[in-house]
Design a protein around this ligand. Structure first.
Ligand SMILES: [Fe+2]
Length: 365
């Protein structure tokens, strides 16, 4: 059975009072906005217009990985204020923080849901996601990745209720992102397309969306990064959003499982870790002549070698051709890292045991 729903409402337009109020915000609105975006763009006239009929609570303190303490600050301030909607303007961490906060005022602690001591609440506050980086897919995915800094545990709140209730794509916001970050996060989008296609959980609709996204990344990521081309940026932003849905109906594969270990270990970003691990994972898929990999290349009218060349060219053109050695990992750490990789490893059809992880890491040096 193939199951795939494209929802919720997604608006592609420059952010404005009119576009925001299409979403029926209610009278008490929490706005979570990244500090950089707030400093770069002038939203004061839009916020002033909103304030005429609403109370706004504006926060710009969410740090990378959406740590518990940043979420608790908002909860402590706003408990009892009966917030009706949350607008999240920022990268993946800001959007994930909004998604976590959306279930945090329902009488159940989000930390208990995080540690599986409590069920996900049945109700939540409406979330409108306005991404400013294109790649994480947080704007449409069914998970919120947050961070328990005290115990060094990064994990997810998961369930379809977590998906935002509306998305606004404004490519102007994306274009303000530094070009290196655009390139790296854009590669994360590519990994979502490839892995949700290859995964054992994939289905024909997921694969169809993946192919469209991969074509977009190959055609538009370089002009989006190097020329700040707005049309190209919009294509990447839409691909990122659609891959958020793919993540909900399929799954990622071993690179994402391994990145969750090497990220905290090396202090590098999610995207940087994935770029480095793709070096080893893609060559492992090629060595296996994995049928899913062959089909992916066929769907793109490419040979496996042709596909690998395209990925390599993309990395070189964008100056993001990292290896795990570049991230500070050496050969002696491979066994240790391999032992720490957890999660649903079997979803990756190339996985046969810990030796697979060691091989990918070794190939990625
Ligand atoms: Fe990712």
């Amino acid at each position: 059975m193939t199951h795939y729903s494209i929802k919720p409402k997604l608006v592609v337009a420059p952010i404005s009072f009119e576009v925001l109020t299409e979403f029926n915000l209610g009278s008490r609105v929490l706005i979570l906005i990244s500090k950089t975006v707030l400093d770069t763009f002038n939203f004061s006239s839009i916020f002033d217009e909103l304030k005429k009929e609403r109370t706004l609570y504006i926060y710009n303190h969410i740090s990378p990985d959406a740590p518990f303490e940043d979420l608790d600050k908002v909860i402590n301030d706003l408990t009892g204020k009966r917030i009706e909607s949350i607008i999240a303007i920022g990268g993946g961490s800001v959007i994930d923080a909004a998604k976590a906060l959306s279930i945090a005022f329902q009488g159940v602690s989000y930390k208990d849901v995080f540690y599986k001591r409590a069920e996900m609440p049945k109700n939540k506050i409406k979330v409108i996601a306005i991404p400013t980086t294109a790649g994480t897919g947080a704007e449409l995915s069914f998970g919120a990745i947050i961070y328990d800094k005290e115990n060094s545990i990064k994990g997810g709140l998961r369930g379809d209720i977590i998906q935002p209730n509306g998305v606004i794509i404004d490519a102007n916001l994306h274009n303000a992102c530094p070009s290196k970050l655009k390139a790296e996060v854009g590669f994360d989008c590519l990994t979502h397309a490839i892995e949700t296609y290859i995964s054992k959980k994939s289905n024909p609709l997921v694969k169809n969306q993946s192919i469209g996204c991969i074509r977009n990344i190959f055609s538009y990521l370089i002009p989006a990064c190097k020329e700040n081309n707005l049309y190209a940026m919009e294509k990447i932003a839409l691909s990122s959003a659609l891959m958020g849905i793919n993540l909900a109906y399929s799954s990622t594969c071993l690179p994402h499982r391994i990145q969750y270990v090497i990220g905290p270990l090396t202090g590098t970003s999610h995207a940087q870790g994935l770029i480095a691990l793709y070096k080893g994972w893609l060559s492992h898929l090629k060595d296996l002549s994995l049928i899913e990999f062959k089909r992916l290349a066929d769907d793109l009218d490419l040979s496996i070698i042709g596909f690998l060349d395209k990925v390599q060219l993309l990395k070189e053109s964008l100056d993001i051709d990292y290896s795990i050695s570049d991230l500070g990992i050496n050969e002696n750490q491979i066994i240790d890292i391999s032992n720490q990789v957890s999660g649903n490893l079997e979803a990756d059809p190339s996985y046969t045991g810990i030796e697979t992880i060691k091989k990918i890491l070794f190939n990625s040096l």
